[in-house]
Design a protein around this ligand. Structure first.
Ligand SMILES: [Zn+2]
Length: 223
């Protein structure tokens, strides 16, 4: 049997140009690819750009460009940077590509059909920078620590993934498979998080607020 090894960087968010932090991660991925290849292991190395969401929509607006054109320009800079650094990636995925949207739709539909996605409305404190609702506990002096801005009060409908339902299963899976998360420090960190309720996960935004996203296959008013 052929031995295989898959390595990916995070796909980088295109609301900013590539910087040394992106390069650091991508060079480490490149190192792993070359190292395993020396051992005649069949390696697939992926990197790419994450191009949807409120932050990118706003960044495009600020530069007076249509979102896709904005993404094209920044994504190109990432590709160019990896060329300059002689990165040997096998693929470069962009979340605005049809092949990506197709897979997102398939996965969402499968999960939805199994009843693990539901709709709910709520009001909360929303940080635009973080693109998420925050708890009072997370705020310091009434502002988001990362963005030094007070969150807005917002009420909106989101679809949620029943994440809490899988907490016990995930906990068991990580315990039964010691190599599932490495190094062990991070494994313990995740196991620590799973000791308490993790809640359900908001997975959509109303399209009227965030038009720049992939439409949900069962409700095109949400992305
Ligand atoms: Zn924030």
């Amino acid at each position: 049997m052929n031995r295989t090894f898959y390595v990916t960087t995070p796909i980088y968010y295109v609301n900013a140009h590539p910087h040394i932090g992106h390069a650091y991660t991508t060079v480490i991925g490149d190192f792993l690819k070359r190292f395993y290849k020396l051992d005649e292991i069949d390696v697939h190395y992926l990197t790419g750009t994450d191009e949807h969401g409120e932050k990118i929509y706003q960044a495009a607006k600020e530069s007076s460009l249509p979102p896709l054109q904005f993404c094209n320009e920044i994504s190109k800079r990432f590709e160019e940077a990896w060329n300059v650094l002689n990165i040997d990636n096998d693929d470069f995925i962009r979340t605005t590509e049809e092949r990506h949207k197709k897979v997102v739709n398939q996965i969402l539909k499968t999960v939805y059909d199994r009843g693990d996605i539901y709709y709910d409305e709520y009001e909360g404190l929303y940080c635009v920078g973080c693109e998420r609702f925050m708890t009072e506990k997370e705020l310091v002096g009434g502002v988001c620590v990362d963005h030094q801005q007070p969150p807005e009060k917002r009420r909106e409908g989101n679809y949620f993934f029943r994440m809490e339902k899988y907490r016990d299963w995930l906990n068991g899976h990580i315990k039964d498979n010691p190599n599932f998360i490495r190094p062990v420090g991070y494994r313990n960190e995740v196991l620590g998080i799973l000791k308490e309720s993790i809640g359900d996960l908001s997975i959509s935004r109303p399209k009227e607020r965030v038009p720049w996203g992939i439409e949900l296959p069962w409700d095109t008013d949400h992305v």
